[in-house]
Ligand binder design. Structure first.
Ligand code: AMP
Ligand code: ZN
Length: 464
């Protein structure tokens, strides 16, 4: 069902909350900077994934599933990856393949739908070279000492996203003042590779791209020169996103993205997460102790723009909240969504700059009513509204029985027994001709990396 879109988003570019109006409602386009793949994702990296996955879900609900294109890239060429290869001796392709797969697995486990496209930087080298050539031709870049550099003073708009003054730009770029730079704020588009480093042929010799140009090329390839939303953590505002804007807008002569969104940082017990402080958590290790859904709920309980204080006590509370939701849902008959059974309260909260804490509070209100009412028809209606609201948040997609029996161990829905239970529930729904419910169960399993195949001997499943 298509709904009247009502969405306000805070735009870092204008520093205001604005009504969202896509360039083309038939194809709403969003790009979010993805991981550099050399190690497991930490819980801070999971925050933008869950925030923008929730926005992806909301956009799909407002504009239709087939009308939203979401790109999350994979940076598989970077000096940190080369460094890791030197330390461990593991081939670069093996490091990036292994880590990118682990990333996808971890993000699925916390309920993130696969984006529409997940381009890898190494597949887009030709596109990067093409953007750099345009910048050279338009006088925004120059070749020096085997490097190609973007010339910051050539761009009068430079600084518009971060609002940084010229002095702050130079200091904030934290780049050593290389002798070949015309201006200390200039940044690298292409750099030479020696025989031990990965490299590609280019008009400027064998080399590799700078980090910023990767996103300019990958976003243009999949979403075009101008698109709707660009997101990432707030540390990316400067220099990464400022530089992406400079490159794309100087090369293409048009605005890159209309809405720039940035999530606040996650800290642990009030301190910056770091390996040396011993307060560093990977998603992988947290999944051993906690269901992915509890990790997701914890991340959504704080508004995306605010700092988030992560504690294991917070995870315990999130798990207890989910127990309460699933207990309320258990034993209530499912009904297919009918007109009028719309999760309006959750949609309104999310439509106000993705107010997830308010949306979750509204789910709790619905649970209160579900627990209080004795009218079976009203109970079933509330269950449907709750499940639809949960779906927008990427929550409550598991079978209540499976969740409640699954314990606090790793992602109950991916236990074999939970999968079998979900398949049985889907079969029952199909027998009752409740195809909406059977589709919902299939989609929920798919979102967790479990694909069902119906055959003459029944339904089989496999992990993907
Ligand atoms: P990186 O691999 O460091 O480029 O980070 C990938 C994504 O995670 C980027 O969008 C970062 O802004 C985001 N990110 C990294 N650390 C944190 C953190 N502690 N809290 C929230 N977001 C983070
Ligand atoms: Zn980027």
């Amino acid at each position: 069902m298509q709904l009247q879109p009502s969405l306000q988003l805070h735009n870092t570019l204008t520093r205001r909350k604005e009504a969202f109006a896509p360039i083309d409602p038939a194809r709403v386009r969003m790009y979010v900077c993805g991981p550099t793949v050399y190690d497991y994702a930490h819980i801070g990296n999971a925050r933008p994934v869950v925030v923008f996955d929730t926005l992806f879900r909301l956009l799909r609900r407002l504009y239709g599933d087939d009308h939203v294109a979401y790109v999350r890239n994979i940076t598989d060429i970077d000096d940190k990856i080369i460094e890791r290869h030197r330390e461990s001796g593991e081939p670069i392709e093996s490091i990036t393949k292994r880590t990118a797969e682990a990333y996808l697995e971890d993000m699925r486990a916390i309920g993130a739908l696969d984006p529409s496209h997940q381009p890898r930087a190494t597949q887009h080298i030709a596109g990067m070279i093409a953007v750099i050539e345009k910048l050279l031709a338009r006088g925004h870049a120059y070749v020096a000492d085997g490097h190609v550099l973007f010339n910051v003073p050539s761009d009068p708009d430079y600084g518009k996203l971060s609002g940084r003054s010229r002095d702050e730009q130079v200091a904030g770029a934290r780049v050593d003042v290389a002798p070949y730079k015309k201006d200390p704020a200039d940044f690298v588009l292409w750099k030479p590779s020696d025989a031990t480093q990965p490299g590609w042929p280019s008009p400027w010799g064998r080399g590799r791209p700078g980090w910023h140009i990767e996103c300019s090329a990958m976003s243009a390839a999949h979403l075009g020169e101008s698109f709707d939303i660009h997101g990432g953590g707030h540390d990316l505002i400067f220099p990464h996103h400022e530089n992406e804007i400079a490159q794309s807008e100087c090369a293409h002569g048009r605005p890159m993205a209309r809405y720039w969104m940035h999530n606040g940082f996650l800290e642990v017990n009030g301190a910056k997460m770091s390996k040396s402080l011993g307060n560093f958590f990977t998603v992988r290790e947290l999944r051993e102790k906690w269901p992915g859904e509890a990790i997701r709920l914890l991340l959504l309980k704080t508004h995306y723009r605010a700092p988030l204080d992560f504690t294991e006590e917070g995870l315990r509370q999130a798990k207890a909240e989910l127990d309460r939701f699933y207990t309320a849902l258990r034993g209530v008959a499912a009904i297919a969504p009918a007109p009028g059974m719309v999760p309006t309260a959750v949609l309104d909260a999310l439509g106000d700059d993705l107010n997830t804490p308010l949306a979750i509070a509204r789910l709790h209100e619905e649970v209160r009513e579900l627990n209080a009412t004795t009218d079976a028809a009203r109970k079933a209606q509330l269950k449907s509204i709750l499940l639809q609201g949960g779906q927008l948040l990427g929550l409550l997609a598991q079978e209540p029985e499976a969740w409640l029996k699954g314990g606090a161990g790793s992602g109950a829905a991916t236990d074999d027994a939970a999968i079998e239970a979900a398949i049985a529930a889907r079969l029952a729904a199909r027998k009752a001709k409740d195809f909406a419910e059977s589709d919902r169960i299939r989609d929920a399993l798919k979102a967790q990396g479990v694909v069902l195949e119906d055959g003459p001997k029944g339904t089989t499943w496999r992990r993907v």
